[in-house]
Design a protein around this ligand. Structure first.
Ligand code: HEM
Length: 493
């Protein structure tokens, strides 16, 4: 009788094992695809079963374009992964980003923090954020900008001199590089009390080299920590660098702020324009502690460098591609008095329309701003989404809604001559509600000032240098956008 039980050969055992594993995964896919509260949402089948496809696009710098394509196929609400929903319709976006909306930032932001304390950007708790924002707002308000204006003007003038010199010497200039120097020197000076002096020396320092890596490195750390963290145990240069960038930046902030504190001891009445001077001078109730100051200066540098540099670069490039627009801007800025200030620039109608149109199509942060649906859930675009799920509205898609912006892909500054209410409501290059960009007035000042000085220095305008093409300016997207060639080579027209 014992002979009746025949031991299956090894090959059969392996086959059985593979078949049962496959059956398990198949059942899991079926289970995931047909159950759960988001099951009825429009979207590709793959979003129901895995987050991996979204991660793939995120890590390759195409998340924004992927989501945009999904909206075009599936409509204003799309399930883009197991637990994330994207919306593109104006009313829903307003609902999420208006003041007092209870859609708080998701834990995704907390994971970006590399300092001891959370900063204004990474704070998720609404009460803690509100309190911090109250402490930080004043020096960046439109009213206080007058005090910062000399720093902006001085740096803009230096940048334009260097750009002219470079064109004279080499025949072309990389605008992205110089605008990065410009924006980073300005925000460095306003945050640390001393400039990085990249404009002056014409080269980067370790801090700015690190700064350029931050958005990509953050994507890796946030999207695939389970791969990056174990790899950090291996002696791989790239991973070591990735893991140490945050610490190096914090160390730089600590040292710079310490130098400023020393300087304050001998110059207690200094009127250097500084964004956090109140908190550096007094360390007591109603001010930020040392770690918070360090962390917020880092947020300022990160928030105020690439964002402004990229927007400025796209601005000049887009204008150069439209000779009639370039001609009108040049005519307008040529009429400014010899010495002009920010108030004069606010009064230039066409230049300001050009800025709005650039922010619509090429604002530096048009990707989704993830928010958590409030605990009791919400009906979004006619679909109930339970509390805790992530919902993102992409300015990239909203700014290209043809019902709001006819011929949306066209760079058409004059559409802003008489904007409709929907255009104003849909325009969110600086985010919205209680989390709207804290530096937006400073950013606008930098954009106006640079544009005015730039076109006064180049009265014939500029054009793309040979070897440069529009393809180089296609957008890559790691939270912020950047030209995929990582340069923008221009020359005098
Ligand atoms: C054209 C330039 C800029 C663009 C397009 C831009 C865009 C944005 C956007 C879209 C947000 C919202 C992010 C979110 O909700 O997740 C934001 C937040 C922020 N930005 Fe900007 N920004 C620019 C310049 C600046 C500058 C110059 C500073 C310098 C201080 C700055 C500092 C900040 C800070 C601190 C926050 C966080 C605000 C908060 O959560 O309360 N930004 N920015």
């Amino acid at each position: 009788m014992a002979a009746l039980f025949i031991e299956p050969p090894l090959l059969t055992k392996v086959t059985l094992c593979i078949a049962s594993t496959l059956a398990f995964f198949l059942l899991r896919i079926i289970w995931l695809a047909f159950t759960g509260p988001l099951v009825s949402l429009p979207g590709p089948f793959i979003s129901k079963v895995t987050n991996l496809v979204l991660k793939f696009y995120t890590l390759n710098g195409f998340k924004m374009q992927y989501v945009h394509a999904l909206h075009q196929k599936y409509g204003p609400i799309v399930r883009i992964s197991r637990d994330e929903v994207a919306v593109s319709d104006l009313q829903t976006t307003k609902k999420i980003h208006q003041i007092g909306a209870r859609f708080r930032k998701t834990e995704w932001y907390s994971k970006l923090n590399t300092s001891q304390e959370h900063n204004i950007f990474t704070l998720v708790d609404p009460k803690a954020h509100q309190a911090r924002r109250r402490l930080l707002s004043h020096p960046l308000s439109e009213k206080s900008l007058k005090e910062l204006e000399p720093v902006v003007v001085e740096n803009v003038k230096l940048a334009i001199r260097q750009i002219r010199k470079q064109i004279y010497m080499d025949g072309y200039v990389d605008l992205l590089r110089w605008f990065f120097f410009l924006a980073t020197d300005i925000i460095g000076q306003l945050s640390f009390g001393e400039s990085f002096r990249m404009l002056e020396y014409g080269k980067e320092n370790q801090y700015s080299i690190d700064l350029k890596k931050v958005t990509f490195y953050n994507s890796l750390l946030v999207e695939i920590p389970y791969i990056i963290k174990p790899l950090s145990l291996l002696p791989l240069h790239f991973i070591k660098d990735l893991m140490s960038v945050g610490a190096r930046r914090t160390c730089y902030a600590q040292e710079s702020l310490q130098r400023y504190r020393e300087y304050l001891k001998t110059n207690p009445d200094t009127d250097k324009p500084m964004l956090l001077s109140r908190h550096l001078k007094a360390n007591g109730a109603g001010t930020l502690n040392k770690a918070e100051v360090e962390s917020d200066t880092e947020a300022y540098i990160l928030g105020g460098s690439d964002t402004t540099a990229v927007t400025l670069t796209y601005l000049i490039w887009a204008v150069s591609r439209h000779p009639e627009v370039q001609k009108r801007v040049i005519e307008e800025v040529q009429e400014l008095p010899e010495i002009f200030n920010s108030d004069d620039l606010k009064g230039l109608p066409y230049m300001n329309m050009v800025i709005e149109e650039t922010l619509r199509l090429y604002g530096a942060a048009p990707a989704g701003l993830p928010r958590a649906v409030p605990a009791e859930g919400r009906t979004l675009c006619g679909h109930f989404v339970p509390g805790g799920y992530t919902v993102t509205a992409h300015a990239f898609t909203l700014h290209r809604d043809e019902r709001i912006f006819p011929s949306p892909e066209k760079f058409e500054p004059s559409r802003w001559a008489n904007p409709t209410q929907n255009m104003k409501d849909a325009f969110m290059p600086f985010g919205g509600g209680g989390r709207i960009c804290l530096g937006l007035h400073l950013a606008r000042l930098e954009l106006r000032m640079t544009l005015a000085h730039f076109y006064r220095a180049f009265p014939k305008g500029v054009k793309m240098a040979s070897g440069m093409s529009d393809v180089d300016m296609e957008m890559e997207n790691y939270f912020l956008i950047a030209p995929k060639a990582h340069h923008c080579l221009m020359t005098e027209a």
